[in-house]
Design a protein around this ligand. Structure first.
Ligand SMILES: Nc1ncnc2c1ncn2[C@@H]1O[C@H](COP(=O)(O)OP(=O)(O)OP(=O)(O)O)[C@@H](O)[C@H]1O
Ligand SMILES: [Mg+2]
Ligand SMILES: [Zn+2]
Length: 548
């Protein structure tokens, strides 16, 4: 039994979730408007190779060029079995060099043995070397009319623009959890495999957009479990710790119960879960909690979400990210995990710095102007004497007043140079006009973008927020720290673009790559601070303590 192979769709109609591709291809076959080169881009296991083969059948079926290949004739059958001499599948990963492409160029001159077209399916085409691409390009410039290329790739960004521009491009999308679940259900029924519905959904979730992974997992579970497949089986095979444990851990943390938190985690390790499995499950749990909190998703964390504050949740996300880091980079991760769990157990004491500042009338991220209290004349005894800024500030004092006090005090200590005074005035003006400055491009664009994303994908947004972020018109570049973050952001790429399109009605392009510390740090300084605050900080040599 090899479910992915056994259930490879044989018709366009059977290909799940890629109607935007299959319909267009079927139309082309119907009208005879055939391209000489196609590019199928998309994540792994979503139907690229499958669709390429169906297209090859549609081109070559003995019944004629057709959107509905018969699957009966010799040619169709040979293609299905991978035996056709005229449909050649080349793995770009193992035939990367110029030699292979040269010999391909030699061969394509010969007319097809039996079929109408010689179809070359080059998988993982992005793996070709530059020379091979150049050779390929020559072929693409003047391909013999009987030759059709189908390139498949998981990484279209690595293909030279000159090659892409000579192809008709189709973007395959990751399949939704629902689409995967439906197909799995269909296959399970055909095979007489019993699966509990919630187990099915969990498999669909962990397939993460790839139907191949979903089917492979279903098969693995079938072999593994005797009797119907249950959620616990899925958890065990995938090394997922049950959500229930994390609900309890976070609940204890909210009560400040360090001992319970540590004990429950230790139990999980005693049961044989690895540090990696623990941190991953914790991250998953936090993601679900986030969804429950921010858009009321009715998942196992829904109740807990009512008990945790937004600030506490943000702190929990940070701990989840730190934990992943610990798990990957430290010699003895268990110590690091315990440390993070202890931090977690202080959740009840967490207050975010912007909350504190907000109470003092300073807004860091919010698009709110600094409140201008109308100047009530103060009674003389209430007026604080300049030069005596005490520890306990009156909470009602506005930022402007506070600045004035600080500046006056400074002026007393050291007589000011005229330019310096001007600069100070500017700081104050800037503080007053903060709203206006914020609406200008630059700082605010970043904020708006992050804010928009945060509403939908808070977890990913925390990663982007920590990264180097450059917005150039409609081009967004995110410089992340490592493969893990890159993967995470890339997995949400379509979603991000969709959210941004929905909000700003602009088609953005998103580039994600790993950049080193220095680059990321270069922007960190600017971060979310308003221009006024930045100047202020420079002035008084203040720094932001990031860790909350
Ligand atoms: N859209 C889909 N509809 C139905 N089955 C699918 C679909 N996508 C993938 N599958 C299943 O997964 C198997 C592998 O799919 P396929 O080889 O087409 O993936 P791919 O996109 O080419 O992936 P890769 O990039 O890893 O080569 C298929 O044989 C089929 O069983
Ligand atoms: Mg493939
Ligand atoms: Zn046929």
């Amino acid at each position: 039994m090899n479910l992915p192979v056994k259930y490879r769709p044989k018709t366009f109609e059977e290909v799940a979730g890629q109607q935007h591709v299959t319909r267009t291809l079927q139309n082309a076959l119907k009208t005879g408007r055939i391209s000489q080169a196609y590019l199928f881009a998309g994540p792994r296991g979503v139907g690229k190779t499958t669709t390429a083969r169906i297209l090859a059948k549609g081109l070559n079926c003995e019944k004629g060029v057709t959107p509905h290949p018969c699957n009966q004739c010799e040619i169709c059958r040979e293609i299905d079995e991978g035996k056709s001499l005229d449909v050649i599948e080349i793995d770009g990963a193992s035939n990367r060099g110029i030699e292979e492409i040269r010999s391909l160029r030699e061969k394509i001159r010969f007319t097809p043995a039996k079929a109408r077209y010689k179809v070359y399916i080059i998988d993982e085409v992005h793996m070709l070397t530059t020379e091979a691409f150049n050779a390929l390009l020559k072929t693409l410039e003047e391909p013999p009319p009987h030759v059709i290329f189908i390139f498949a790739t998981t990484e279209p960004r690595k293909i030279p623009e000159t090659v892409i521009s000579r192809t008709q491009r189709f973007d395959f999308r990751p399949l939704s959890k629902k689409e995967i679940a439906e197909r799995l259900k269909f296959v399970a029924e055909k095979e007489g495999i019993e699966v509990h519905p919630d187990a099915l959904m969990r498999i669909a979730k962990y397939a993460d957009g790839s139907l191949r992974d979903g089917l492979a997992l279903l098969e693995q579970l079938y072999v593994f479990s005797n009797g119907p497949i249950k959620v616990e089986d899925v958890n065990q095979v995938l090394g997922i710790i049950d959500e229930e444990i994390f609900v309890k851990i976070i609940e204890s943390a909210l009560k400040g119960n360090t001992k319970d938190v540590l004990e429950m985690a230790n139990n999980a390790f005693d049961q044989g879960y690895s540090v990696h499995e623990f941190t991953r499950s914790f991250s998953e749990a936090v993601q679900e909690l986030t969804r429950a909190k921010f858009y009321g998703e009715k998942n196992p964390f829904y109740e807990l979400a009512q008990k945790i504050s937004k600030s506490q949740l943000v702190a929990t996300m940070k701990i989840a990210l730190d934990m992943e880091e610990v798990a990957r980079y430290t010699q003895n991760p268990r110590v690091g995990i315990d440390y993070q769990l202890i931090r977690l157990s202080y959740l009840d004491k967490i207050l975010r710095i912007d909350k504190v500042l907000e109470e003092a009338g300073v807004y860091l991220v919010e698009e709110r102007p600094i409140e201008k209290k109308h100047e009530e004349p103060k009674k003389p005894e209430e007026r604080k004497e300049a030069g005596h800024v005490t520890e306990k500030e009156e909470p009602q004092e506005s930022l402007k007043e506070r600045l004035m006090d600080l500046l006056e005090e400074k002026a007393k200590k050291e007589p000011q140079q005229p330019e310096e005074k001007k600069a100070d005035e500017e700081v104050i003006r800037a503080a007053e006009e903060e709203k206006v400055e914020k609406d200008e491009v630059g700082v605010i664009e970043r904020d708006k973008l992050l804010k928009t994303l945060e509403e939908h994908i808070p977890f990913v947004t925390t990663v982007i927020e920590k990264s180097y972020l450059r917005i150039d018109n409609s081009n967004i570049f995110v410089g992340v720290k490592d493969d893990f973050e890159k993967d995470l952001v890339l997995r949400h790429r379509n979603k991000i673009l969709f959210i941004l399109y929905d909000r700003f009605k602009t088609k953005f392009s998103l580039l994600v790559d790993i950049v080193d510390e220095e680059v990321r740090a270069s922007e960190e300084k600017e971060d979310n601070l308003s221009p006024a605050l930045k100047k202020l900080m420079d002035k008084f040599d203040l720094e932001v303590i990031k860790d909350v």
